[in-house]
Write a protein that binds this ligand. Structure first.
Ligand code: SF4
Length: 271
């Protein structure tokens, strides 16, 4: 269980940059993340490095977040179009959200004063709770659910505290049925079977494929520093840890979805 604390943020909208160039702002309802994925690039970022606690063992709940967001939104809109990526350094639907409801409160604030576009990135089936709120954004939203593999044994090896693959597939299906624009983010590519593309096609119409080398913000250096290669070795799947591994998955996805609905790395996360 993660240690949960409350913080009152001075700012909720932060300027976007780097991999998220294309958005004006990022929005993080929490700091920290109890899903604790082994490969999480946030582990190598200041928010985690300067903390005296292991990544995945702490979560800061942002109190009064919606009130602050309403102020930030009004201010940002005076300067130009606001496009928001939620979230860049946490999962907005990690377990604490079921109780704290910070993400839901932020969505309510944005429903009342909508940004030009909102991208929601999660790996949690709790996301379906807010389907009605997402619907209020019409085409100005996309909900992207991370599904790195169709093998739950592989998922358990890399992210044992994250939700099972079957629950994420079900969540994507429910969102699509509710008319919400969705995407499956195969990010990062992990060893999968040839049936993976079919499993995704049954629940969404759009896929983004990304890997450690394009998607960790450092050309793969952060992932290397985290010792992720060792997990591939323990699984006897070293060939999947390389710059070309994603090409296999990409080809399978393109065969199944068609080129126009398959995106590579950053392009899949743009507004
Ligand atoms: S869910 Fe996202 S933010 Fe949380 S540990 Fe995993 S990769 Fe990091």
């Amino acid at each position: 269980m993660a240690t949960v604390r409350s913080v009152v943020p001075k700012q909720m909208l932060n300027p976007a940059g780097g991999y998220l160039t294309g958005y004006s702002h990022t929005l993080n309802p929490y700091a920290g993340c109890s899903f604790a994925c082994s490969y999480c690039y946030v582990r190598r970022m200041p928010v985690a490095l300067f903390r005296q606690e292991e990544w995945g063992t702490w979560v800061d709940v942002k109190e009064q977040a919606a009130m602050q967001l309403r102020r930030d939104l009004a201010k940002a809109k005076r300067k130009g179009p606001v496009t928001i990526f939620m979230s860049s350094a946490t999962d907005p639907y990690q377990p604490e959200e079921a109780k704290a409801g910070v993400t839901r409160s932020l969505l309510e604030a944005m429903r009342d004063d909508p940004p030009e576009f909102l991208f929601v990135q999660t790996r949690s089936p709790l996301v379906t709770r807010d389907a009605e709120l997402f619907a209020a954004f019409g085409e100005r939203i996309r909900v992207s659910v991370t599904i790195e593999t169709d093998r739950d044994d592989v998922r358990r090896a890399f992210s044992p505290s994250a939700p099972p693959i079957a629950a994420r597939l079900k969540a994507l299906r429910e969102l699509r049925e509710a008319g919400i624009p969705t995407q499956a983010a195969v990010s990062p590519v992990l060893p999968s079977t040839e049936a993976f593309a079919d499993a995704l096609a049954a629940v969404t119409g759009r896929v983004c494929v990304d890997d450690f080398f394009m998607g960790d913000g450092s050309g793969g250096k952060r992932t290397q520093a985290l010792g992720i290669r060792g997990i591939f070795e323990r699984l006897n799947r070293e060939s999947w840890y390389g710059r070309d591994a994603y090409a296999t998955v990409l080809e399978r996805m393109r065969d199944r979805f068609g080129d126009s609905q398959v995106f590579v790395s950053q392009a899949g996360f743009l507004p």
